[in-house]
Design a protein around this ligand. Sequence first.
Ligand SMILES: [Mn+2]
Length: 477
Amino acid sequence: MLSQPDSTESFPLETPESAIGEPPPPSSSSEDLFSSASLACASGSASSPSLSDDNQKPSPSPVPSQNRPQIPITWPSGGSLTLDWVTNLMSTFDWASKNLRPSELPTVLPVEVFDALVLTASKILHKEPNWVPIEPGSDGVVGSSVVVVGDVHGQLHDVLFLLKDAGLPSENRFFVFNGDYVDRGAWGLETFLLLLAWKVFMPQRVFLLRGNHESKYCTSVYGFEKEVLAKYGEKKDGKHVYRKCLGCFEGLPLASIIAGQVYTAHGGVFRNIPPSPSKRSKGKKNRKVTLNPDSLPLSLGSLDELLKARRSVLDPPWEGHNLIPGDVLWSDPSMKPGLSPNKERGIGLLWGPDYTQEFLKKNNLKLIIRSHEGPDAREKRPGLGGMDEGYTIDHVVESGKLITVFSAPDYPQFQAAEERYKNKGAYIVLKSPNFDTPIFHSFEAITPRPKVNPYYDFEDVIDSDEELDLTMMVEAS
Ligand SMILES: [Mn+2]
């Protein structure tokens, strides 16, 4: 079992509750994904002959390892992240996922470093508007491309592969992530943090949108809260880390518009919110419509309304007047024309091809790229395509197309292999000058994954979010 030479000192001999089982064979490991980058910063790594101040303690390892990173990770003095720091964070998380118990993550990433990263990222994210305009080329860089990524659900190794396959973010390679970083997979925390590191390092190149799982309700049911507590402890630190993550989720923008052509969001389109009969009418009496909003027919909201919605909510509400965030995060397309409440999910909308057309035309767009539906969700929706290749083209209308992209291959992680979907994940590349022709890249899962006990009851928990338990949500919010 303990065949990996570099994992001796830290690898648990017996298997406590949340311990890793056997390490995967080295040949299948993605350990070398960023080795050149790790070597590039070798002056700060354990393989360096000169010891830094932080490395005075003798290594407990009897086997000097090329692969063992220098831990703990430290926050750079001055707070400016570098490419080396970010790629080192990725390879260190990769290494830790294969060689340490989950509860040893604080030895890799101390709470203070977590705090610095999340605080820095939160400040940037909270300042972004509800939909972020992404204008590749506006700062003079030519030949840019934009990579759009769907749900990743804590599947760290697949995210690392995706970043390698698509190429890392750079001056002329933008990334838009459509949300659902956490839950279901075992490394939601590491996944989210490495994306935050990219955001901090390249705030004008990497855009992180919110998914429905970046909420208090979902993370309390689908594993992320338990994952954080397993890694940072049930007491003070774990609760602190979880709370800070929730605070950061609240700051994530809801949508992006790429080159004025492509709207991306986790769920999809959103409704128009009729003016509410407000008690505080700011001096404009009798201005408000007094109809019950529930009795009004649904219509699409404008991008201006999306800009004004209040997104800083732990759980987007499914009732009341602040419905736009819930729509953007939870809605699904339908093959049937019309715009209606999403009864299956209990929140958000269902919209047909006619509303895709209306949304594209009204906003002068060519594409909607959304995520949110994996192979499990699609299995239950006859008429819509399966998610075997990681993407589907759902609506083709006069003005353009609606696409779903899902980037978690062989999903969901904890189901027994024979019950998992052997789906591929996919990402989309949009290229200059028009950014309106999607190029699809499907990819297979990185297997075998390091063994970890699940953080949620995947056998009993409701499948694919479709029946949102409102009672639980009230309790959770
Ligand atoms: Mn989702």
